[in-house]
Design a protein around this ligand. Structure first.
Ligand SMILES: *Cc1c(COP(=O)(O)O)cnc(C)c1O
Length: 331
């Protein structure tokens, strides 16, 4: 499967990131896990350039490309208060001279931290809706768009998490980079949130070579990923073929697990690489579990896809406390 298999040509993407992102070895982490020194690699999609970096930049190149082609002057999107996607939508808007409006759940909190600080620096406007849940948030975003249009603006709604078949094209491109950078790739391990990242990788690399670690952002993500893949390939959806691990969700998306704590410190202390508590920490915890149960084996090349998220660590009280405890434990 290659990009040329994909259906209908969409509007051209806009240039936002720095490509290709590097691939680096993780020899000390590999040894710690009982793998060979050349068995484990990292795709640095935390180093995508714009706005502090992360996986949402690749998806935004396509979704914002479509918005610009439609003549939009304002990007509207939704997400959790610590949404990396919302922060990078704000950065994309700044880069292109557009306005950004972030439609957020709940009420404005007393403390602003992590991604919210950067949203403010980037000039985004936050609309605290008081609602919770994806459907209510989508509805609130549609209302915000209608209000902006009535005021004479030209808003474009960027989907939750930036995920749609169109946004997934950014990860088809990442898969194509990986084919060149790691020709003997056996398995790419990636966090699975709103689904677009895994969908793009599966479209490029095939379902056998992508292991998605469910973060609990969606109730049932596999059919969502399958639908994006089917859309990109213009074929029937076949969710059964996807490799998804559901064992790292724990008590739910925002809650720090012990497996994630171990993954954060092991990766930081063997390789100097920082993961985040929601996405990449879960993805690494899933990779470690997959090595333990033999799904990932020595003698084959595994790539951990680092999707970013560092600002979110500073917006997560328990992760901040866990990091601080490390300092006193070493005294
Ligand atoms: C959003 C996000 C993901 C998940 O990507 P999806 O395309 O939503 O599945 C993974 N890692 C980080 C850091 C993210 O912000």
């Amino acid at each position: 499967m290659t990009t040329t298999d994909t259906a209908l040509e969409p509007p051209a993407p806009v240039a936002l990131g720095t490509w290709p992102t590097p691939v680096e070895p993780l020899p000390r982490l590999a040894s710690a896990l009982g793998l060979g020194e050349n068995d484990l690699w990292i795709k640095r999609d935390d180093l995508t350039g714009l706005g502090g970096g992360g996986n949402k930049v690749r998806k935004l190149e396509w979704t914002v490309g479509a918005a610009v082609a439609e003549g939009a002057d304002t990007l509207v999107t939704t997400g959790a208060p610590q949404s990396n996607h919302a922060r990078l939508t704000a950065a994309a808007a700044a880069r292109l001279g557009l306005r950004a409006v972030l439609v957020l759940p709940g009420a404005e909190g007393a403390s602003r931290s992590g991604n919210l600080v950067l949203d403010g620096l980037l000039g985004a406007r936050a609309v605290w809706t008081g609602v919770s849940g994806r459907a209510a948030l989508d509805e609130a975003a549609a209302d915000v768009c209608a209000r902006l249009a009535a005021q004479g603006a030209r808003p474009a709604l960027i989907p939750f998490g930036g995920s749609s078949a169109l946004g997934s094209r950014g990860y088809v491109e990442c898969g194509e980079e990986l084919k060149e950078q790691v020709p003997d790739l056996d398995c790419a391990v990636v966090a699975l949130g709103s689904g677009g990242t895994m969908a793009g990788l599966v479209t490029s690399l095939g379902p056998e070579r992508v292991l998605g670690i469910d973060t609990g952002a969606l109730d049932d993500p596999a059919p969502v990923v399958a639908a994006f893949v089917a859309d990109l390939l213009d074929r029937e959806a076949r969710p059964a073929a996807l490799r998804v691990r559901g064992d790292q969700i724990g008590a739910g998306y925002p809650v720090l697990t012990e497996a994630v704590e171990s993954a954060l410190t092991l990766t930081a202390r063997t390789e100097g690489i920082i993961l985040d508590p929601i996405y990449t920490g879960r993805a690494m915890a899933g990779l470690i579990a997959a090595v333990r149960d033999g799904d990932i084996r020595a003698g084959r090349e595994t790539v951990f896809v680092h999707t970013g998220g560092l600002p979110g660590l500073f917006g997560h009280q328990d992760a901040v406390a866990y990091g601080e405890r490390g300092l006193t434990a070493q005294a």
